[in-house]
Design a protein. Structure first.
Length: 427
């Protein structure tokens, strides 16, 4: 009777397994299954780095001095200058600040040039004959077909080596590098700027330079008119600089603040001007040192400047709001389970984060189901049942086992279940 009961009533799946099966393959947005460390806002319309909170400090350092200038310093200049010139000084400072904040948003809130990850490594035959396989490459030690760590690319008549990215499972395009903070490969990677909370790459470098240079001009603007204000005070009250500072302490504070900041942002502006004129990135300048060497990207001063400021900004290679299947949108790490992926391994998308959770839940559920079925089959073998009932019970157990195998196959646990099944079948 127990055999009939179990054969006629299939095991009920738990709520956690049912949710996993129902949501498996559910439609989601790309930004919801994104494997990088980015932070998304407004439904994937804005993309920031993981250190997006640093933007609060950056905005504070820009806005607060301008507010102090507009409230305490500019009001005195309005009284000193005639024909609304004083009002114009205030308006220029406020409008210029708004312009700088918009450049900051364009720099930090857009795709810097992220190269989409591959779901599996490229085929070895697609790599080409110009690839170089080193002895310390993990795949070469096992004698299996593997991907070389680098391959040669011809750029303006100069051979450039591009590296294979284990995380993104692709050969990086020239001038592309993997940002360890954002966990993405970025085209024409310059650096990761903590002040804007974003990588600086091919699609936002122009706005980054405009942001830094405009901030330099704003510091000089506030610095100059604070001195003008102190000069007017000394002339009106016929006093020295010390007494003028007592009458307008905010002017003295802003002079000191802008003097310190302008060395930082001004130096950064000068450095990036040099990089633009020589067509280098910060990463290339510190790593490769093109000075005195042949820079394959240097096309002359005019062409270099045009490439930065006049050339068309390429569209993003990622549609973060596109709907995708969760499994198909999952990207695999090349060091999955401590092994380097090779083309001999199954080319399927594995969501490492969700996969571990799903397999953990599935393992617990299978343990419960198997313990229940094991106890039931034990009772059936020990109970005084006729032979024909034993056959029915055996058939029921086979059906239950098939159900468990189907459930295990759903969560990619076929191997562990097969081993457990072989152990149970041993005499």
């Amino acid at each position: 009777m127990q055999g009939k009961m179990y054969s006629s009533a299939p095991p009920q799946l738990s709520d956690s397994n049912r949710r996993i099966i129902e949501t498996n393959g559910a439609s989601k947005r790309v930004y919801q299954v994104w494997k990088g460390s980015n932070r998304f806002f407004l439904g994937g319309r804005l993309i920031f780095g993981p250190d997006v909170r640093s933007l609060i400090l950056t905005i504070f350092l820009i806005v607060v001095p301008v507010v102090l200038f507009a409230v305490f310093v500019s009001q005195q200049l309005v009284d000193e200058f005639h024909h609304n010139l004083g009002n114009l000084i205030v308006v220029i400072a406020v409008v210029f600040t708004a312009y700088i904040l918009s450049l900051l948003l364009l720099t930090s809130g857009r795709d810097p040039g992220i190269v989409p990850r591959n779901a599996h490594p490229p085929e070895p035959e697609d790599v080409g004959e110009s690839s170089n396989i080193s002895a310390d490459w993990p795949g070469s030690q096992h004698g299996a077909q593997s991907l070389p760590p680098t391959k040669d690319i011809l750029v303006n008549g100069v051979v450039v080596k591009v590296k294979y990215c284990h995380t993104c499972m692709l050969y990086r395009p020239p001038r592309c590098s993997h940002c360890s903070i954002c966990n993405n490969c970025v085209e024409r990677f310059d650096h990761h700027c903590p002040w804007v909370g974003q990588c600086i790459g091919k699609r936002n470098y122009r706005f980054f330079f405009m942001f830094v240079s405009s901030t330099t001009l704003l510091c000089l603007y506030v610095f100059a008119f604070c001195w003008v204000n102190l000069t007017k005070i000394m002339g009106t009250h016929e006093c020295n600089l010390g007494k003028a500072l007592l009458k307008s302490p905010v002017s003295g504070i802003l002079i000191f603040y802008t003097f310190v900041v302008v060395w930082f942002v001004g130096g950064l502006t000068a450095f990036h001007l040099y990089l633009i004129c020589t067509n280098q990135t910060t990463y290339e300048n510190f790593r490769y040192r093109y000075d005195g060497k042949n820079n394959p990207y240097n096309r002359g001063l005019v062409q270099n400047i045009r490439e930065t400021f006049v050339s068309e900004i390429p569209s993003s290679k990622n549609d973060f709001r596109a709907k995708v299947k969760e499994d198909s949108a999952a990207f695999t790490s090349s060091h999955s389970m401590g092994r380097v992926l090779s083309p001999d391994m199954p080319k399927r998308s594995i969501d490492l984060e969700m996969g571990v959770k799903r397999q953990t839940v599935a393992a617990e559920e299978l343990e419960d189901l198997q313990s229940q079925f094991g106890s039931a089959s034990g009772l059936e073998r020990c109970g005084p049942e006729p032979p024909r009932l034993g056959l029915v019970g055996q058939k029921g157990n086979n059906e239950i086992t098939n159900d468990i195998e189907a459930l295990a196959a759903e969560f990619g646990m076929e191997h562990g279940f097969t081993d457990r099944k072989k152990i149970e079948e041993r005499p």
